[in-house]
Design a protein around this ligand. Structure first.
Ligand code: TYD
Ligand code: MG
Length: 459
């Protein structure tokens, strides 16, 4: 017990001050609730000092890209967000709300890897092997390939690593990282210290052995603490699962990737037999678009490198409250408030006594400023009770004076709109220079909201 106490310290996450026991307030910087138990690794420090570490410098030109070995997970969309397949020895964190489909995705990937003859280990910390088996049956994995998927009901990190050393699988899924605990720390499973230390042990093992590692992490209601966020800097790739459980559409987004581009997304649909790849996401996101309804606009947005058409809906209605409501699902509320202020001030649209609700249909989260023009058009369309044409797609950034600014990749957005059968695109004038609109589509450039209103007849 004495030995154990000597090997851990409680370290303030704000200022780095270490204490020998947990304290509510950091004696160094005064921050509350900031002390987290960590393992003290004296051996590592000593190794570095004596030069015992194995790494030697080599010329950059002598390093070849072939050093990273990728293999397909068997799920094309997952491969794409990973940057072209799963890298050997890489650690991928899959985060998301409970019930969104993390375990389902992981098990499907296991099945697909096993079908290629690769042994995979599924560490089930939350569910019994029987439950995992039931899910596998539901996913149609029971017959084909399930033989090489091994289930391990275990929550002790050291025991998991021992099994990995014995079995030497190609990939391991840890479901979830929050259930693991290591004997190195005295704190409870699920605490920041435990989650981070367990992940660090697995990362070290993955780098040494070459096993590809999926860590599943729940996003807790409280947000950052003890959730997957504390692990983001430790792992190679961070994928977040988005979408609400009321919708079938799920978006898997790479927010960090040491082996590929970030912000790449994959779109899946949750069905009776698990997650299915959605080959034409734009069509799926627009499938239930109402015809001729005021307040609905189509935005050509970019998700990573991929253009995507989504419907932005607005509802503007007279408020009974002194302070009218502004709510936005799938959009940044601060940004929406700014756009409403611009509409009010620059175009004299009376919104101060109106409730304004905005929604991105299909449960997608749209973060880029290019959504501005579509938001403004949707709000104006609802406020005026006038529907936009069904064949119009819109994008562009709006500035505080009501000017419309150019955004990236206009050509890709235009082509996607054309592919989905749209005939008119209203976009920033700055984007129309030197652009070749595909046949059948007109690109109408606007420089201000005034012009937008003229072009879309929203006055
Ligand atoms: P799950 O993968 O268990 O979510 P997480 O691991 O992120 O908590 O998925 C949970 C939901 O998915 C659950 O509500 C049931 C649903 N589901 C389907 O609709 N179809 C399926 O084939 C499977 C396996 C699950
Ligand atoms: Mg799960």
């Amino acid at each position: 017990m004495v030995d154990k106490a000597a090997r851990t310290a409680f370290v303030c996450q704000q200022c780095g001050r270490a204490a020998s026991r947990w304290l509510g307030q950091c004696p160094g910087c005064g921050a509350w609730n900031a002390l987290v138990e960590e393992a003290v690794r004296e051996t590592r420090a000593r190794e570095t000092r004596t030069g015992a570490s194995a790494a030697t410098p080599r010329p950059l030109v002598a390093v070849t890209a072939g050093d990273t070995v990728r293999r397909s997970t068997g799920l094309g969309e997952l491969d794409r967000v990973l940057g072209g397949g799963l890298v050997q020895g890489s650690v991928v964190l899959v985060g998301g709300d409970p019930g969104i489909g993390k375990s389902t995705l992981a098990l499907q990937a296991c099945g697909a890897l096993a079908r290629q003859g690769l042994p995979v280990l599924y560490v089930a910390g939350e569910e019994s092997p029987e439950q995992v088996r039931l899910r596998a049956e539901r996913l149609g994995m029971a017959e084909a390939g399930v033989g090489d998927v091994h289930v391990l009901p275990e929550t002790a990190t050291e025991a998991v690593i021992e099994q990995l050393e014995r079995m030497r699988p190609a990939a391991v899924v840890v479901d979830s990282i929050q259930t693991l605990h290591t004997g190195a720390l005295a704190s409870a499973p699920g605490s920041v210290g435990q989650v981070r230390e367990s992940a660090a042990l697995l990362v070290a093992h993955a780098k040494a052995s070459g096993v590809a590692c999926f860590l599943i992490g729940h996003v807790t209601k409280e947000g950052a603490l003890a959730g997957p966020r504390v692990l983001e800097h430790l792992v190679d790739t961070v994928l977040y699962f988005e979408g609400d459980s009321g919708h079938a559409l799920r978006v898997l987004r790479a927010v960090k990737n040491r082996f590929g581009s970030t912000n790449e997304v994959a779109v899946f649909e949750m069905g009776e037999r698990g997650l299915a790849e959605v080959p034409n996401p734009s069509a799926t996101f627009l499938a239930e678009r109402p015809a001729g309804a005021p307040g609905s606009t189509v935005l050509a947005t970019l998700e990573g490198s991929r253009p995507l058409l989504v419907e932005i809906q607005a509802l503007v209605s007279r408020s009974a409250l002194a302070l009218p409501r502004r709510a936005a699902i799938g959009l940044d509320v601060g940004r929406v408030a700014l756009l409403l202020a611009v509409l009010e001030k620059r175009l004299g649209m009376p919104l101060h006594d109106q409730d304004v609700f905005l929604n991105v249909a299909g449960g997608l989260q749209v973060d880029e400023p290019a959504a501005d023009l579509a938001v403004v058009a949707a709000v104006a369309s609802s406020a005026r009770g006038r529907a936009l044409g069904e064949d119009v797609a819109v994008w562009g950034e709006v500035g505080l004076t009501g000017e419309v600014r150019a955004v990236g990749r206009a050509d890709a957005r235009l082509r996607e709109a054309a592919r989905q059968g749209f005939r008119r695109c209203v976009l920033p004038a700055g984007n129309t220079r030197g652009i070749d609109a595909p046949a059948g589509v007109t690109a109408e450039g606007v420089t201000s909201l005034d012009q937008l209103f003229d072009v879309l007849e929203l006055r």
